[in-house]
Design a protein around this ligand. Structure first.
Ligand code: 5GP
Ligand code: ZN
Length: 114
C-alpha cells in the first residue's frame, strides 16, 4: 500500500533502524515505547491484520524474528509479551499487521500493554 507507514519502514522508503530483517519480515523499535523493550515485527508485504490471509511462511518468519530479537535483547530470559491489536475495539492504529514484542520489566497481567 503506497500510503502505509509500515510498508515504507519495512521496505526502506523511510529510513529506520531495523533490529531484524529477512526477505519476508522486518522488526524495528516502536516510536512510542510502552516498555523498556518494545519492538514491532511486521511482514514486508501489506496485510491489514493477523486474519488477512497471511501465508504460513510469513507467520513462521515473524515467529523466527521474535525468537531472534528476544534473544538479542535478553528478554527471552526474563519474559515478554506478544500482542497484535486487530480492528477498532482493540485500538489498532496502524492498519498493517504487526506484532508488539514487549518486555524489560514486570508487565501487568491484567493490562494489554500494547
Ligand atoms: P497499534 O496501536 O496499531 O497496535 O500499534 C501501532 C504502534 O506503532 C504504536 O505503538 C506506535 O507507537 C507505533 N508507530 C506508529 N507510527 C510509527 C512510526 O512511524 N515508527 C515507529 N517506529 N513506530 C510507529
Ligand atoms: Zn502496509
Amino acid at each position: 500500500m503506497s500510503d502505509c507507514i509500515f510498508c515504507k519502514i519495512a521496505n526502506g522508503e523511510i529510513p529506520t533502524e531495523l533490529v531484524y530483517q529477512d526477505d519476508l519480515v522486518a522488526a524495528f523499535k516502536d516510536a512510542n515505547p510502552l516498555t523498556p523493550v518494545h519492538i514491532l515485527v511486521v511482514p514486508k508485504k501489506h496485510y491489514e491484520n493477523v486474519v488477512d490471509g497471511v501465508p504460513a511462511e510469513v507467520l513462521a518468519a515473524m515467529v523466527h524474528a521474535i525468537d531472534v530479537v528476544t534473544k538479542e535483547t535478553g528478554i527471552d530470559k526474563t519474559g515478554f509479551r506478544c500482542i497484535t491489536n486487530t480492528g477498532d475495539d482493540a485500538g489498532q492504529s496502524v492498519h498493517h499487521f504487526h506484532i508488539h514484542v514487549m518486555g524489560g520489566r514486570k508487565l501487568d497481567p491484567n493490562a494489554g500493554e500494547g
